[in-house]
Design a protein around this ligand. Sequence first.
Ligand SMILES: [Fe+2]
Length: 553
Amino acid sequence: MSAAPKVRQRAMVGWYDPRVLMQSGYQVAIANVFGRHSDTRLIEALATQPQREFDYSSSSGDFWLDYVADTGDGWNSTYAVAAALAQPTLELPTGGARETTHSGQVLVFGGDEVYPYPSRNEYEVRTETPYRHAFAGRQRPDVFAIPGNHDWYDSLVAFSRTFCRPERGFAGGKTFQTRSYFALKLPGNWWLLAIDLQLGADLDEPQVKYFQSVAEQMDAAAQLILCVPEPRWILEDAYPRHSTYEEQSTTRFLEEKIFNRKVRVFLTGDLHFYKRHENTEGVQKITSGGGGAFLHPTHAPSTPKLRNGFEQRAVYPDEKTSRRLSWRNFLFPFINPKSGWLYAFLYAMSAWLASASLEAADVIDLRTAFGAAINAAIRDPLNGMWLITVVGGFIFFTDTHVRTWRIVGGMFHAGMHLAAAFMVGWVALLLTVQGLELHYGSSLQLLVSGLVTVILGAVAGSYILGLYLFVSIRLFGRHSNEAFSALRIQDYKQWLRLRIDPMGRLTIYAIGIDRVPRRWRQETRGGESTFAADDARATAARLIDRVEVSAGR
Ligand SMILES: [Fe+2]
């Protein structure tokens, strides 16, 4: 037998790699312009046949469905979840007993199916390939998906190709949807509705019409599970002045104007952890974004109580673990080695502009050198413009919903880097002129001092960013996204498994993997290539939460 072809196993996305930063910035900017001015959802609705609901209501026995969100980052995390989910049965200890769960007949992707930005190739390598190998030689589920913000960064082109072309399928399994939203009619009079809100925008007209026609198929006792692209119930608390995070508007519109009933269960990803909130009526709001992407902190913000009477019932990983992990920001330069290039450039440019008018005599004395640098910043327009751009960039980066704090925080952060850039430049001068006794202003001295600035700048800049992120999340509960994307944590992954029993009762299992395997062995199963974990330290999938959803009124 010939050897199986080599499969590319990607590392976790390096969000501070200058190439990723530039590419993401560019894609987000373009998506914000074109996504809002030419809505792909409308084009799809015009180009395809009307979409009906998809009917699974006649399945006999227990009906199983898997829900996974925020997939398609590193291989280890994405594959670990896919492989656990693809096992025909998974035994989970519940209390003293063991419960057998079954792989879903349907697999729903809840948003952000690929990182860092969508393209044909990234979906193929980071998402579809792991799922194809995980399901090798096994019964493949029917696949449905809604887009998250990362899927929208190319205005949904690659997402549509991957999930909305039934003739193509996904990872060897079948797909049916032709739009970026769908409705599933499930057994026990349950309905799973999945909506697409684009980049925080509202529902488009054809989508509203679609769900109106779905609502007409429901009888009075029908119960709803609503999949949404982001947990606005958490975001609206963290960013109270941010109008796009107001949860109530879309939900209330759907509940009151379209479906004429309350939603029983909300499912979402977007934040890469597991949190379940519940109100006194037993309505569930579940955030489950552990399908593969880097871990988000569960402690910042801490969310024991939300608006409208929702209280936290389960969280994974726990806040203590999350707080402990934030210390890893001190390892920032080692976890994000490529970020050094950014700071090398920033520091070298700053030192270059500041030193352009320095006289030889200034070099010796720190205070004189500092005075000369300040003078240069004021008198040299190019230098001044550079500093304004740098400070502006850091203000833009600062994460807070209060403008004053944004300016103060950004200026403080920029000030730390500029002060460090000055010190690095000064040390480089001292080292070359006094230490190496090179002639001040000679080509050799300038080159060597430039090189020293680049190296020291890369190290100092990365450390200061790590420190800034640590202080931000630790003391102010801010930059939860940046402070944890920097850590590239592939562990603490999870997904949801839903069961509807023949009585129509819904049980939701949250299944987690504390530590994903780092090494894999390629094998063959049913004539297809697959991978088995080859890492003794990896942990097995375990039950992290279980809830029985009571019947609504
Ligand atoms: Fe995400």
